[in-house]
Design a protein around this ligand. Structure first.
Ligand code: PMP
Length: 451
C-alpha cells in the first residue's frame, strides 16, 4: 500500500468533508496529510515539516505530543476512558473543577462541562436565560453582542456572533439579538489612544443597556481580542465599564474566553487585565492544551443557587452532552494546568511575546500593511490595498490564500483570516522559530501584494 502524501490525499478526498472549506478548492490547494507532531512542528507523510504558527486552530499550548500530557492521558486511559456524568462522577473532573475555580477570577465557583467551544456558548446562553426565568424575570430573554464578534457555529452560538461570512446564510434560523458596534481599535481616529477609542465606543453599549436591559439576559463578548473577526483588539477599559454597567442594569456578563483564555493575552484569563469577574465564563481550546475536546462554563454561587430546588419545580438545568466532562480530556486539562503552575509559563511567554512583537512590528513598514497589533501571544498584521485610505483588498482576491500557500512551501502553517495575517503559536515556540515564522510571513505578504 502506498504511504506517500498523494495516496492519503486521494483516499481523504474520496470521503472526508472538511470543516470551514470549499472542497472544490482542493482541486488546486494542497491538502496536507499529517503523520506526526512534535513540539511546535507537524510532519507530513513524506517527512516535510511545518511550523504550527496558529496552534492548530488556536488550541495547542505546549506542543504536539507533549510528553507530560501524553503520560497523564495514558495513565487515565488505563483506569477509565469515559463515564456518564449524571449521577456519577470521577476523580479527574473533581480535581479539574477544584483547579479551575482556583485559577479563575474569584467568585467563579461552579463548573458546568461540555465538549467544544460552541456548546459552551450554548450552555452559557441557555443558563443565563434560564436563571432569569427561575428568579421570576422570564421577560429577560434577549442577548446583546458586539459587531464582528464570533462565538461558534451551532445555531445559538452563531446567533450571538456577528461574522457575516459564517452567519448571513443561516439568518432565517437564528434568534434575534441586539448588536452594538465593537470597540475595535483598528477603527480609532489617528492620534486617538486605544483607551480613548474604547471608552468612546462604550456609549453604544450603555445606550443599548439603557434601552433593552429590562428584556436582556446577558451581554456576551470576547474579552480584548475578537479573534475570528480578524484579531481585532480593544482596551481592557471596555470590560471595566461593561462590568459596572451590567451590575447597574442587572444583566449578566458572559465572557467567551474560549480563544483568549489560558495565557493567550498575557494573563491567565483576559478578564484579569480589567480586574473583572464575569457572571459566566466559557472555556475550551487551551483548556486541554489543545489535546482533546472539552469545554467548561464557570459561574457564580448566585447563578447556581437559582437552579437549586426541589425537582418538581422543574428549575434544574437539564442540558447534557454524552461526553460531558470526559475523564481523558479532564486528565489532559489537569496536566495543562500543572504545566502552567510548575513551569512559569506566563513569565516565559512575556519574553516570547516581546520577541514576537519586536520582529512582527517590522512588517508595519510594508506599503500594504496598515497596522501590526499585539496582545500577548497574538500578533496580527492588517493587509490593505491602499495604506493611506486603509482601503481593504476585495475579499474575492483571496490574498491571504496566497500567503497560506507560500508559507506551506516554506514549511510554516499560517492561515490568514481574510486580509489579516496573524501569529498565535504554541508557547513552546523558540525565539529562532519566531524569527522564521515572521520572515516567511514577510515573504508571503510581499508575494501576495506585488500585483
Ligand atoms: N468562541 C470563540 C471566541 C472561538 O474562537 C471559537 C472557535 N474558534 C468558538 C467560540 C467555538 O469553539 P468550537 O470551534 O470549539 O466550537
Amino acid at each position: 500500500m502506498r504511504t506517500d502524501n498523494a495516496a492519503y490525499v486521494e483516499r481523504d478526498l474520496a470521503h472526508v468533508w472538511h470543516p470551514c472549506t470549499q472542497m472544490k478548492d482542493h482541486e488546486h490547494v494542497p491538502l496536507i496529510p499529517i503523520r506526526r507532531g512534535e513540539g511546535a512542528w507537524l510532519e507530513d507523510f513524506e517527512g516535510k515539516r511545518y511550523l504550527d504558527a496558529i496552534s492548530s486552530w488556536w488550541v495547542n499550548l505546549f506542543g504536539h505530543a507533549n510528553p507530560r500530557i501524553n503520560a497523564a492521558v495514558r495513565a487515565q486511559l488505563e483506569r477509565l476512558e469515559q463515564v456518564i456524568l449524571a449521577g456519577f462522577t470521577h476523580e479527574p473532573v473533581i480535581r479539574l473543577s477544584e483547579a479551575l475555580t482556583a485559577v479563575a477570577p474569584a467568585g467563579l465557583t461552579r463548573c458546568f462541562y461540555a465538549d467544544n467551544g460552541s456548546s459552551a456558548v450554548e450552555v452559557a446562553v441557555k443558563m443565563s436565560f434560564h436563571y432569569w426565568r427561575n428568579v421570576g424575570r422570564g421577560e429577560k430573554r434577549r442577548f446583546i453582542t458586539l459587531s464582528n464578534s464570533y462565538h461558534g457555529e451551532t445555531l445559538g452560538a452563531l446567533a450571538v456572533g456577528n461574522v457575516e461570512l459564517y452567519k448571513d446564510i443561516y439568518q432565517p434560523l437564528l434568534m434575534d439579538v441586539i448588536t452594538v458596534p465593537s470597540p475595535d481599535c483598528y477603527e480609532r481616529d489617528s492620534g486617538e489612544s486605544w483607551a480613548e477609542h474604547t471608552r468612546r465606543k462604550f456609549v453604544h453599549m450603555e445606550a443599548a443597556l439603557q434601552r433593552h436591559a429590562h428584556e436582556t439576559a446577558a451581554v456576551i463578548l470576547e474579552p480584548l481580542v475578537q479573534c475570528a473577526g480578524g484579531m481585532r483588539m480593544y482596551d481592557p477599559v471596555y470590560l471595566t465599564l461593561l462590568r459596572a454597567a451590567c451590575d447597574r442594569h442587572q444583566v449578566h456578563l458572559i465572557a467567551d474566553e474560549i480563544a483568549v483564555g489560558f495565557g493567550r493575552t498575557g494573563t491567565m484569563f483576559a478578564c484579569e487585565q480589567a480586574g473583572i469577574r464575569p457572571d459566566l465564563m466559557c472555556l475550551s481550546k487551551g483548556l486541554t492544551a489543545g489535546y482533546l475536546p472539552l469545554s467548561a462554563v464557570l459561574t457564580t454561587e448566585p447563578v447556581y443557587a437559582a437552579f437549586y430546588d426541589e425537582y418538581v419545580t422543574l428549575n434544574a438545568f437539564l442540558h447534557s452532552h454524552s461526553f460531558t466532562g470526559n475523564p481523558l480530556a479532564c486528565s489532559a486539562a489537569l496536566a495543562c494546568l500543572e504545566i502552567f503552575r510548575s513551569d512559569g509559563v506566563l513569565e516565559r511567554n512575556r519574553a516570547l511575546s516581546a520577541r514576537l512583537g519586536e520582529r512582527a512590528r517590522a512588517l508595519q513598514d510594508h506599503p500594504h500593511v496598515a497596522e501590526v497589533r499585539q496582545r500577548g501571544m497574538i500578533v496580527a498584521a492588517e493587509l490593505v490595498r491602499d495604506k493611506a485610505a486603509r482601503e481593504p483588498y476585495p475579499w474575492q482576491q483571496r490574498r491571504g490564500l496566497a500567503i497560506y500557500r507560500h508559507a506551506l512551501s516554506r514549511g510554516v502553517l499560517l492561515r490568514p483570516v481574510g486580509n489579516v495575517v496573524y501569529f498565535m503559536p504554541p508557547y513552546v515556540i523558540t525565539p529562532e522559530e519566531i524569527d522564521l515564522m515572521v520572515e516567511v510571513a514577510r515573504e508571503g505578504i510581499e508575494l501576495a501584494t506585488c500585483a
